[in-house]
Design a protein around this ligand. Structure first.
Ligand code: V47
Ligand code: SF4
Length: 367
């Protein structure tokens, strides 16, 4: 790699940045912006691939999971959201019995239940505590990754609890970790324009900091490809890297590409494939303290997820079993997302990598 960098037809400052990356030194915000803007796609991809190999070798992680989306009835109205609905004809809410039955039906096929939905005006933390307890009762050994900051803040507040009390309560009920949703973009002015009513960037970071302190690990996301700038994306990564330096509680970072169907921001063209790959690559390079970068295939599609394996990605998420609507409603290619273990393994093999089944904390279950 060093030879490639020395021979590359690039500016001397880009060369210095690339050498820093290869040596494992941390790059600054300004350097990340330069790397993002000035390098060829193949070059930034090769750097990200180098970092990925250093951290994860040839392995690609996947897990066997389902999503439960309890409701799409929401007190908020984020402009990018295609999922939440306020009219009775397009809204739904599953009962506790229906959600428990979904877990029961899956038998031993899954190791993780991912629960994320809209922010229902009438449901508080006691209801969601009951949901977790019901899932736990159905499948005592399953990992429960549940609720974004946006849901946690609302459900705790509604029950008169602080965030810390709420998280402690959910943990006692059986919560194991928190997914990365609701982060969107931390830049306050852009956040105000796309989802001004919901939890602030500061609150998002504080909830994850509190969770990590209580021994609840989590993931982080970014929603990119709308009205934010490259500088905003790097600023977002920087705030996450700083928090991870303090807590070490994040497992994975998941770049979420804005999909433009059926929402208030449909006039915005979706990011190109090359931009998606550049974005995976810069995430892998900048977040040097995040163990994993995930390509969430139901959002970008299977082909793009396979390509992302060459741009810093080491995790594909899961088998899903047609259990999520968030992305299909926003225009993702796969309207009934499911991947068999065989399909995931074949995808990794075609990319020259070894698929390993993980649990939700990235312990290897089978190779
Ligand atoms: O916060 C909503 C995003 C997120 C759109 O932690 C959209 O393992 C694109 O966070 N286009 C929720 N994105 C999903 C999420 C997630 C998914 C998979 C795995 C994990 C994990 C977390 O979905 C929301 C928002 O950023 N979203 N609408 C849209 N139109
Ligand atoms: Fe509600 Fe989440 Fe959609 Fe915002 S993104 S409107 S909080 S479901």
């Amino acid at each position: 790699m060093i030879e490639l960098i020395e021979k590359a037809n690039i500016s001397s400052s880009l060369r210095l940045i690339a050498l820093k990356v290869v040596e494992g030194s941390r790059i600054s915000k300004a350097e990340a912006i330069e790397l993002y803007n000035e390098s060829e796609l193949g070059f930034i991809g090769a750097l990200a691939d180098h970092v990925r190999k250093r951290l994860n070798g040839t392995l690609v992680y996947y897990n066997r999971n389902i999503h439960i989306e309890p409701t799409n009835i929401c007190v908020y109205d984020c402009n990018f959201c295609s999922y939440s609905h306020h009219s009775s004809s397009t809204s739904w809410e599953f009962s506790l019995d229906e959600m428990a039955a979904k877990v029961r039906e899956m038998g031993n096929e899954i190791t993780e239940v991912h629960i994320v939905g809209a922010v229902h005006p009438a449901r508080d933390i006691h209801y969601y505590g009951e949901l977790i307890a019901r899932v736990r009762a159905e499948k005592p050994e399953v990992h429960i990754k549940a609720f974004t900051v946006i849901e946690i803040e609302y459900m705790a507040q509604r029950a008169g609890m602080s965030i810390e009390e709420g998280l402690r309560y959910l943990k006692v009920k059986g919560l194991d970790s928190i997914p990365g949703g609701g982060a969107e973009i931390f830049n306050e002015a852009i956040r105000e324009k796309i989802c001004g009513k919901k939890s602030t960037a500061k609150a998002w970071l504080e909830v994850h900091e509190t969770a990590h302190r209580l021994g609840i690990p989590s993931n982080a996301t970014i929603l990119y490809g709308h009205i934010e700038t490259i500088e905003d994306r790097i600023d977002h990564l920087d705030r996450l890297r700083n928090l991870q330096d303090q807590t070490g509680g994040f497992n994975a970072f998941i770049p979420l590409k804005y999909r433009n169907k059926n929402n208030e921001m449909s006039w915005i063209e979706e990011a190109s494939v090359t931009e998606d790959m550049r974005n995976f690559a810069i995430s892998r390079i900048y977040l040097d303290n995040f163990p994993h970068i995930k390509a969430y295939w139901p959002m970008i599609g299977k082909h793009m997820a396979a390509l992302a394996l060459s741009f810093g990605v080491d995790d594909l998420d899961g088998t899903i079993n047609d259990s999520t609507k968030i992305y299909s409603m926003a225009g993702a290619d796969d309207q009934s997302p499911s991947m068999s273990v065989e399909e995931i393994r074949a995808m990794c093999l075609r990319s020259g990598r070894s698929a390993v089944e993980r649990d939700s904390l990235y312990n290897i279950i089978s190779v």
